[in-house]
Design a protein around this ligand. Structure first.
Ligand SMILES: O=c1[nH]c(=O)c2[nH]c(=O)[nH]c2[nH]1
Length: 302
C-alpha cells in the first residue's frame, strides 16, 4: 500500500512583460519577470483516483498570471506575488496554499548623452531580483526576497590565513588575494497576516532590496576580508539592523578562485606573490559558503 505524502502543481516559466506608459511625460517603464505558481489543497484524488474535477488547469493558472499582471501593479514583486497567491486561495475553496516564485530581470533605463532615455533599457548582467511568496490559508503570507547573480570582484583587500592545517592541507596562507563571487542574498520577512497587511507595508519592499544590495556591495568593497564567512556575516548583521521587519538574512556565496601563474620558467619572469599580475580565473571547483543570520534569541528555520 502507498499513499500520497505531498503534492503541489502549477505552471512554471511563465514569462511576462509589462509596460507602463506615462502619457504626460512620454516616459515608459518596463518590467520583465518569470513566474511560477504552484497550488496545494484538496487535490489528492487527482493523483490517486484520476479525478480531474479538482484540478485548476495549469493553463488556467497561466491565464490568471497574465490577467492579474494586466489588472494589478506588478511592482514591487512581493506585492504582486501576494495578490496573485491570495487570488487562488480565495477563488477556489479547495485550494489552501499558493506558492508564487517571481524572478524579475533587470531592465535598467539607458543613459544617452548623460540623459535617462524615456523608453530604452539595458539588461544589467545576469542579476535578478526574486521573491518566493507562500500564501497559506489560515496562517498568512510568508515572503522571502532575494538577489541572485550579482557578480563582483575585488582585486585586493581580502586575506585568508590561520585556517586549520593538517596532512590534507596544501593551500598557502595569503594576506592579499583576489575575491570574487556571484552574490545570492535573501531576506525573510516576518509573517504577514494577509494581503491587506502586505499592501500596508508595500513601500518597505523596494527600500529593503536597495538596503540589501547597497550593503552587500559596500561591505564587499570596504571590508578587509578575513574570509568569505566573516564578510558575509557582517553584511547580514548590517541588513538585519537596518530593516526591522526581517527575521533572517541568508547568503550563498561561491568563492570563485583566481590562481597565480608561475612564469619563472620563462626567462625568470616574476609573476607570483607581490609580483603577480596575470592570473588564471577558474570555472571550478569553487568554494561555496552559506549562512543564515537571525536576530539574537531567534533560531533560524533551516
Ligand atoms: O574565505 C574563504 N573561506 C574558506 O572556507 C576557504 N577555503 C579555502 O580553501 N579558501 C577559502 N576562503
Amino acid at each position: 500500500m502507498s499513499s500520497l505524502a505531498a503534492a503541489r502543481y502549477g505552471k512554471d516559466n511563465v514569462r511576462v512583460y509589462k509596460v507602463h506608459r506615462d502619457e504626460k511625460t512620454g516616459v515608459q517603464t518596463v518590467v520583465e519577470m518569470t513566474v511560477c505558481v504552484l497550488l496545494e489543497g484538496e487535490i489528492d484524488t487527482s493523483y490517486t483516483k484520476a479525478d480531474n474535477s479538482v484540478i485548476v488547469a495549469t493553463d488556467s493558472i497561466k491565464n490568471t498570471i497574465y490577467i492579474t499582471a494586466k489588472q494589478q501593479p506588478v511592482t514591487p514583486p512581493e506585492l504582486f506575488g501576494s495578490i496573485l497567491g491570495t487570488h487562488f486561495i480565495e477563488k477556489y475553496s479547495h485550494i489552501h496554499a499558493a506558492h508564487v516564485n517571481i524572478v524579475t530581470h533587470r531592465w535598467v533605463r539607458m543613459d544617452v548623452e548623460g540623459k535617462p532615455h524615456p523608453h530604452s533599457f539595458i539588461k544589467e548582467g545576469g542579476e535578478t531580483r526574486n521573491v518566493q511568496v507562500d500564501v497559506i490559508e489560515g496562517k498568512g503570507i510568508d515572503i522571502n526576497s532575494s538577489i541572485n547573480g550579482l557578480t563582483v570582484l575585488k582585486s585586493t583587500g581580502s586575506q585568508f590565513w590561520g585556517f586549520l592545517r593538517d596532512e590534507y592541507t596544501t593551500l598557502k596562507e595569503t594576506w592579499d588575494r583576489i575575491l570574487s563571487t556571484d552574490v545570492a542574498a535573501s531576506w525573510q520577512w516576518r509573517r504577514f497576516s494577509g494581503l491587506p497587511e502586505v499592501k500596508a507595508n508595500a513601500d518597505k519592499f523596494n527600500d529593503a532590496w536597495e538596503t540589501a544590495r547597497n550593503t552587500t556591495l559596500k561591505t564587499f568593497a570596504e571590508d578587509n576580508s578575513a574570509s568569505v564567512q566573516a564578510t558575509m556575516y557582517k553584511m547580514s548583521e548590517l541588513i538585519l539592523a537596518a530593516v526591522p521587519d526581517l527575521e533572517t538574512v541568508s547568503y550563498s556565496l561561491p568563492n570563485i578562485h583566481y590562481f597565480e601563474i608561475d612564469l619563472s620558467w620563462h626567462k625568470g619572469l616574476k609573476n607570483t606573490g607581490k609580483d603577480a599580475e596575470v592570473y588564471a580565473p577558474q570555472s571550478g571547483p569553487n568554494g561555496l559558503i552559506k549562512c543564515t543570520v537571525a536576530r539574537s534569541g531567534q533560531k533560524a528555520k533551516l
